[in-house]
Design a protein around this ligand. Sequence first.
Ligand SMILES: Nc1ncnc2c1ncn2[C@@H]1O[C@H](COP(=O)(O)OP(=O)(O)OP(=O)(O)O)[C@@H](O)[C@H]1O
Ligand code: SF4
Ligand SMILES: [Mg+2]
Length: 345
Amino acid sequence: MKDAGAEPFLSVRDLRVHFDTDDGLVKSVDGVSFDVRPGQTLGIVGESGSGKSVTSLGVMGLHRTARARISGEVWLDGEELIGADEDHVRTLRGRKMAMIFQDPLSAMHPYYTVGSQIVEAYRVHHDVSKKVARARAVEMLDRVGIPEPTKRVDSYPHEFSGGMRQRAMIAMSLVNNPELLIADEPTTALDVTVQAQILDLIRDLQKEFGSAVIMITHDLGVVAEMADEILVMYGGRCVERGTAESVFYEPQHPYTWGLLGSMPRIDREETDRLIPVKGSPPSLINVPDGCAFNPRCPYADLPKDNLTRTVRPDLRELTSGHFSACHLTQEERTRIWTEEIAPKL
Ligand SMILES: Nc1ncnc2c1ncn2[C@@H]1O[C@H](COP(=O)(O)OP(=O)(O)OP(=O)(O)O)[C@@H](O)[C@H]1O
Ligand code: SF4
Ligand SMILES: [Mg+2]
């Protein structure tokens, strides 16, 4: 049920999440905007520490600490959530939106059985008996590939292996058929077969309920398979965004070129491969002036007047729906892409 023309189910505008810390202000997310339509999947990619999880927790309204400064707009099904009543946002979590957390332990309570937690999550939003909810919990555990779910439903989280805990948490996130699902590295701890099973389950949810999905992953293969649109994050900002096709086949940002260069390819010799991005991500307390990527960018000297080191590039729409934040001219980008990058990908 993909409808690219439908109204977005989720609209995020200029989201900023900054944290006051003893070392200074951490600008974890610094002006990110995107839409996700019903039935569509947005893939968010970027290195560790680029702000992917903080963005998702911001959408879910889970940053309510005194040290978090949040601004911007998060529209869920026509309702603005930033600044909305906390109890109201809590009801929306679970009923309309759910998240598969990167760390399964953070989502499960150690003192209650896995089954009772799924039952609880279901009954908050469905007026059904415990028996009916328990049957639903067993069904969900079965669907995420937990063996002997009728027995395992009564286990405690610590009695599960890491991979099983992750699957149980996925079962809990999906139990209410959320209209928005944020999956934060949902399959990293799982083996390939289970990973495929989980991705199928998410696709089924989308097909059946037209759910909007945000898929955060380091695995560009998963993004290629699942995403309709891709958002590339660097240093708390979006550096490139567009349809999956345009970002994969006509990427316009030097950082995206580097990410694609680090994708494993079995059909090529190591020597012909594009070199992945060197160096490490920026500190989010002292983000470099100008383009945050400039200390690592092989093309930082090309734009005139030292622009890359002094002026932050805006996210500009290059072709319909395809945005990039880089000072290179269209001619420079096209030349580098066709002569240096594309032949090596
Ligand atoms: N509560 C907090 N207080 C201070 N800094 C934080 C807080 N939460 C996150 N950060 C910082 O924000 C930055 C972005 O973190 P985030 O977890 O979003 O990264 P990520 O892109 O999800 O990385 P990964 O791929 O490793 O999961 C990191 O530098 C992190 O240290
Ligand atoms: S603005 Fe400059 S440093 Fe940033 S990605 Fe573009 S060329 Fe590289
Ligand atoms: Mg993360």
